[in-house]
Design a protein around this ligand. Structure first.
Ligand code: BTN
Length: 252
């Protein structure tokens, strides 16, 4: 395994990459959560920035869950995006396309996308994203399982690039994800192209699913389409419903 992420601890490497990407990069060997740190930076008016950690002690997942990853295994990064992208929720969803494209560039071509923000390999989750508004900025946090060889009790639902046979350098992955995020945010035409790619990579469209939203009754139906604003359109017994948040699972 060759992995250069910790080179970001060297100020000259960090400033060279910051200049190349056009964003300030902060690197922490250990940090509570890159998302919390990036929100703090955004609150202090920081411009474009990326907070990266080799290890998080309080990593946050969506819907109040924890995001756990042993040191040295994952890409854990949060972007401060300013100005706020025109449609923050859609942008968070399209970050999955940025990750899938970054994987493809590194030889992993078969990533599929699960609404709203998950990336899957071989039917299991390899990456997730979380978006928080922070004043006039968007903080987008991405976690990718890269080098894990054993996911323990999560093995039935999660995987890593290593488990799928890919030896990926986290620094190379970071640079590519950043490039693809910048591309998607750059113009409405890029956003439309990314939306088309999301649909083409979707793992659940046309399938019978159940959607659970925090505090709501689960809704069942056929995941009919992804609307242009990122809503999932579900065909239920009582007609079409547009879903904006929740967890989707396939029905047997
Ligand atoms: C999910 O639940 O699928 C979203 C996971 C997002 C995890 C990333 S890891 C980097 C950033 N910092 C955090 O605390 N969470 C996000």
């Amino acid at each position: 395994m060759s992995d250069r992420l910790s080179l970001l601890g060297d100020p000259s490497v960090r400033s060279a990459l910051s200049a190349e990407l056009g964003r300030t990069i902060e690197f922490h060997a250990t940090l509570g959560s890159t998302q919390e740190r990036a929100r703090e930076l955004a609150g202090h008016g920081a411009g474009a920035a990326i907070v990266v950690a080799d290890h998080q002690t309080s990593g946050r997942g969506r819907q109040g869950r924890a995001w756990l990853a042993p040191a040295g295994t994952s890409l854990l990064a949060s972007w401060v995006l300013r100005p706020l992208p025109a449609d923050p929720a859609l942008f968070a969803l399209l970050s999955g396309v940025a990750i899938a494209r970054a994987f493809a560039d590194l030889g992993v071509t078969d990533a599929r996308l699960k609404w709203p923000n998950d990336v899957q390999l071989a039917g299991r989750k390899v990456s997730g994203a979380l978006a928080d508004a922070a004043g006039d900025a968007l903080v987008l946090g991405i976690g990718v399982n890269v080098h894990q060889r054993d996911l323990g009790e999560l093995a039935a639902i999660a995987t890593s690039l290593a488990l799928e046979g890919a030896d990926i350098d986290r620094l190379a992955l970071l640079a590519r994800v950043d490039r693809e995020l910048a591309r998607i945010v750059s113009a409405p035409g890029e956003r439309r192209a990314a939306l088309a790619e999301w649909r083409a990579r979707a793992s659940m469209l046309g399938r019978e699913v159940e959607v659970r939203s925090a505090g709501g009754t689960p809704v069942r139906g056929v995941a009919r389409e992804l609307a242009d604003d990122g809503a999932l359109v579900l065909r239920t017994a009582s007609g079409d419903q547009r879903i904006f948040a929740g967890e989707v699972s396939l029905l047997p």
